[in-house]
Design a protein around this ligand. Structure first.
Ligand code: ATP
Length: 601
């Protein structure tokens, strides 16, 4: 496919705020490939580029991530303008894509005069050409790498018309952010290749066990539903994790069937999905990134303590005291998060892996996908294969039959330094491991107080106001948004101005710099006017007193087919921490906010 055609689709997608229209444009794009099978060779590439990347997000691949500064140098040398001119345009547009486009327009104005004068045809460039060159750039390393990158970027710029330059720049700086989430792409794939949006669930099922949308697109393109059925669990490929909902303590027993359920400690550590294949152990984080290097001790203990050739289990790595007697809070665990001296930190901060689930096992040559077994059966298998020690244990659980018992167990868990309890259905039919799903089979409880906001929420900064006095030249207030899955937009929830330490304020300046943009980003709905706009990029966690309804907030104004004058907001929001482990599409959704608001009663 011609790259020019692809970017025209991107431009249409960017021009609308309506999710249905975005799905419509993507569907048209995917159908075009069906009508023109030769172009379909580019399908995977098109999917990754639409996601704003060149590799599946789960793959450990070199990142393109060229620094904005270097790219500005390359553009200035290619278009033969001073860097200061590029900077000036960037100041006005706030976006390197738009900046590149403007420079290209000036140049192409001159070029097209010459080509039409000489009767020459304009060249075209294919998606594959662009993609392959980007892939080459991502692999360049070592001395002289900047020069090599520059020459390849020049190669690309020489072949790109202004609109192509715009998206090319955004892909290179990892700031594509078309507002196209993975579910939107899946909707379009379902309509284009399976004829119906209802088939999105089939696409999603495959995606949940193999979160590589390029591969999924290929399967469904080639073989339809049959192709999707072929997508199976694979050791070494992370599975999208099952998530929990929240309820007030007195709503949990009724929601989990009213008779009996399993309550486990909700441990305050880091979730790990462990893939063991013989002596090969890989650890994936909540974001499905490979973090094996950070836990050499967990890797060793898995090798020793699991009696199965192959297995996929999940658990929480929790920091312990030197005698492995007491659990330590998450703040202690994160001191292990560093690139160097890991071995030293392993000594200083020992961890225990508390296993709570199993998804797949191969023993005595027989393989079983156990995700679909009920919870108690899964726990039984863990007990069979796990040699418990101080470094690895089955997560403590208790059967609960009344709300009084639940309250008692909650207190016990808190006394043991757990964050609360995780309540799980034991229904013999229903209580399967639902990959990628946040339902009510698991219900978390972090506080017994009802009528208040008992849980933190994850948001993205979309704007900031400059601080005053001591906070001059820093962001004194952040405007933060939650994600509305219905329209694919990030909607203003509240202003946050407290909870920041001096260090946080400095970090914000740096961390938010790449996301600065001149005007309201297309993927954002915000009726306030901040001093600085940001594209959604950084995820932070906030707490608050309670959820409220406010005319100043935009979150949920347009929700569930209703348009309201007021949106959802938070009273007394306080910054808690930066959530590097989350992506923008993992943040709290409007759906969850509505659910939390209703919980308050
Ligand atoms: P989420 O992961 O649900 O998006 P979050 O990262 O903010 O949200 P919480 O809402 O506090 O985390 O709780 C969910 C997390 O709790 C799980 O992802 C897991 O890491 C952790 N957890 C601790 N104990 C358990 C347990 N016994 N069973 C399942 N998860 C547990």
């Amino acid at each position: 496919m011609d790259f020019g055609i692809l970017v025209e689709y991107y431009d249409k997608v960017e021009s609308t705020r309506k999710r249905l229209e975005i799905i419509g444009y993507l569907t048209e794009l995917f159908k075009k490939l069906k009508e023109n099978p030769k172009e379909a060779d580019d399908l995977e590439k098109i999917v990754y580029l639409t996601q704003g990347t060149i590799y599946p997000t789960i793959m450990e691949q070199p990142k393109l991530n060229l620094a904005e500064k270097s790219l500005m140098d390359f553009i200035s040398s290619y278009y033969a303008v001073n860097v200061s001119k590029v900077e000036n345009i960037l100041k006005k547009t706030g976006d390197l894509g738009d900046t590149g486009q403007k420079l290209a327009e000036k140049k192409s104005g001159k070029k097209s005069q010459i080509t039409s004068f000489m009767g020459m045809q304009e060249e075209t460039v294919s998606v594959a050409d662009i993609y392959n060159k980007l892939e080459e750039i991502s692999k360049i390393q070592g001395s002289g790498s900047l020069d090599k990158k520059e020459s390849k970027i020049h190669w690309l710029l020489a072949r790109c018309k202004p609109l192509m330059v715009k998206y090319l720049m955004r892909i290179i700086t990892s700031t594509m952010r078309l507002g196209v989430s993975d579910p939107t792409i899946m909707d379009a794939l379902a309509i284009a290749y399976l004829g119906d949006k209802d088939h999105r669930t089939d696409v999603e099922r495959a995606y949940n066990v193999h979160p590589d949308l390029g591969l999924i697109a290929r399967k469904v393109y080639d073989k339809g539903l049959k192709g999707l059925e072929e997508v199976k669990i694979q050791i070494g490929t992370p599975i999208r994790m099952m998530l929990a909902s929240r309820l007030n303590y007195n709503q949990i027993l009724p929601k989990l069937g009213g008779e009996k359920f399993l309550s486990e400690y909700k441990l305050d550590g880091e979730r790990l999905q462990v893939h063991k294949d013989g002596s090969n152990v890989t650890l994936f984080s909540r974001r499905l990134t490979n973090i094996t290097e950070q836990y050499p001790d967990v890797r060793e203990v898995i090798k020793k303590s699991i009696k199965a050739e192959k297995i996929i289990i999940e658990g929480e790595a929790v920091a312990m005291d030197p005698f492995y007697e007491e659990m330590q809070p998450f703040q202690v665990l994160i001191t292990r998060k560093r690139k160097y001296d890991i071995e030293e930190m392993v000594e200083k901060v020992p961890v225990c892996l508390f296993v709570f689930d199993i998804l797949y096992i191969e023993r005595d040559g027989k393989e079983e996908t156990v995700m679909d077994y009920p919870l108690l059966e899964r726990r039984g298998i863990i007990k069979d294969v796990l040699d418990e020690s101080e470094k690895i244990k089955l997560t403590k659980g208790k059967f609960i039959e009344s709300t009084d018992e639940l309250v008692e167990f909650f207190k016990e868990a808190r006394a043991a330094n757990a964050e609360g309890i995780m309540n799980k259905s034991i229904d013999p039919e229903e209580s399967v491991y639902k990959a990628g799903n946040r339902g009510f089979l698991w219900v978390k409880l972090k506080s017994l107080e009802a009528g208040k906001m008992t849980d933190t929420i994850d948001v993205v900064p979309i704007g900031a106001l400059w601080g005053k006095g001591k906070r001059a030249n820093q962001y004194g207030t952040l405007l933060v948004a939650v994600y509305n899955e219905e329209n694919g937009k990030f909607e203003l929830l509240t202003r946050v101005a407290s909870g920041f330490s001096d260090d946080d304020l400095t970090r914000f300046l740096n961390l938010l710099e790449p996301f600065k943009t001149k005007s309201l980003p297309n993927s954002v709905i915000c009726s306030e006017k901040p001093d600085v706009w940001f594209k959604p990029g950084l995820v932070i966690e906030i707490s608050g007193d309670e959820l409220t309804i406010s005319p100043k907030a935009d979150a949920g104004k347009n929700y569930n087919n209703q348009v309201r004058e007021k949106g959802y907001s938070v009273r007394f929001p306080v910054f808690q921490r930066i959530r590097n482990d989350k992506e923008i599409f993992d943040i709290t959704t409007v759906d969850e906010i509505v659910e939390l608001y209703e919980l308050q009663g």
